[in-house]
Design a protein around this ligand. Structure first.
Ligand SMILES: [Fe+2]
Ligand SMILES: [Fe+2]
Length: 273
């Protein structure tokens, strides 16, 4: 105890001696002085792209982004899709009731298989854009990707509704399409935003080609599926144009061929399974 008191006394004596000296630090400018540092701002942080409800919170930590990505994945694959726009070709726009009843058995099966392929393609497109958005470097790129993914969810809901009308079901392999496409999207985005946007351009170009092919193969009486595919086609063209305008890089030919091959595997399997 005596030793502790002596230490405290010597420290107080040192403080007294030091207080007599001038401080080595510059004096703080008075309030209102233009040299004074501005008061710390508590203005809201930039909006988090993964969670629009927390605009007043700091930018998302990696764990938050991963949780949001997992949430989006589960919703895309397992939850019923919700469209923000009405289904194209719905009465009264076309002036008629559901036309699925007018199709013969084989026509209905063909239309259902084609719509199942389109549904799987929309799952893959959403996954691709979600994966790209997760590792996008700029906020502008992330915004383009998430906006495109949101419109893909309209497509997903329309295809899902049409599959029900045709008494059919989505592909059983949808979780596989989502996981594979998400990984490809994230890898593409690791190569930089311009390459990532190049993937969007190429994906949309290939989807447009598939839609053209499906429009030619749909039964002539299936006006509803046709209206859905035509609206989707217009949206896909707009997604590609947006990505091109945002500075997308042209992908090398081997990469484009690889993407075509991967899409061929998916569309062939989804037609049957
Ligand atoms: Fe789409
Ligand atoms: Fe698209």
């Amino acid at each position: 105890m005596r030793r502790r008191n002596s230490l405290l006394a010597s420290r107080s004596a040192w403080k007294l001696r030091r207080g007599a000296r001038p401080s080595p630090f510059p004096a703080r400018p008075p309030d209102g002085d233009p040299r004074a540092k501005p008061a710390r701002s508590f203005a809201p942080y930039p909006a988090c792209p993964f969670a629009p409800y927390n605009e007043c919170m700091p930018p998302a930590a990696p764990l938050d982004a991963l949780i949001s990505a997992a949430d989006r994945a589960l919703r895309s694959v397992f939850a019923p899709a919700h469209a923000s726009r009405p289904t194209p070709g719905q009465a009264p726009a076309t002036g008629g009731p559901d036309d699925a009843g007018r199709l013969s058995g084989p026509e209905r099966r063909t239309a259902a298989a084609l719509m199942r392929v389109n549904h799987a393609g929309e799952i893959a497109a959403q996954a691709l854009y979600h994966g790209q958005a997760l590792v996008a470097r700029s906020e502008a790129t992330r915004k383009i990707l998430l906006e495109a993914a949101r419109e893909e969810s309209d497509h997903l809901a329309w295809c899902e509704a049409r599959l029900k009308e045709l008494d059919s079901r989505p592909s059983l392999l949808n979780p596989l399409w989502y996981a594979g496409s998400f990984a490809i999207g994230a890898l593409a985005a690791l190569m930089g935003d311009r390459t990532s946007l190049g993937f969007v351009v190429e994906t949309e170009r290939q989807v447009e080609g598939h839609l053209d092919e499906h429009l030619a193969r749909l039964p002539s009486d299936d006006a509803r599926s046709r209206a859905i595919l035509q609206t989707m086609r217009a949206d896909e063209i707009a997604h590609g144009a947006n990505a091109r305008a945002a500075g997308a890089a042209e992908l090398p030919s081997p990469v484009r061929s690889l993407m075509r091959g991967t899409a061929r595997v998916m569309t062939t399997a989804a037609y049957w399974i």
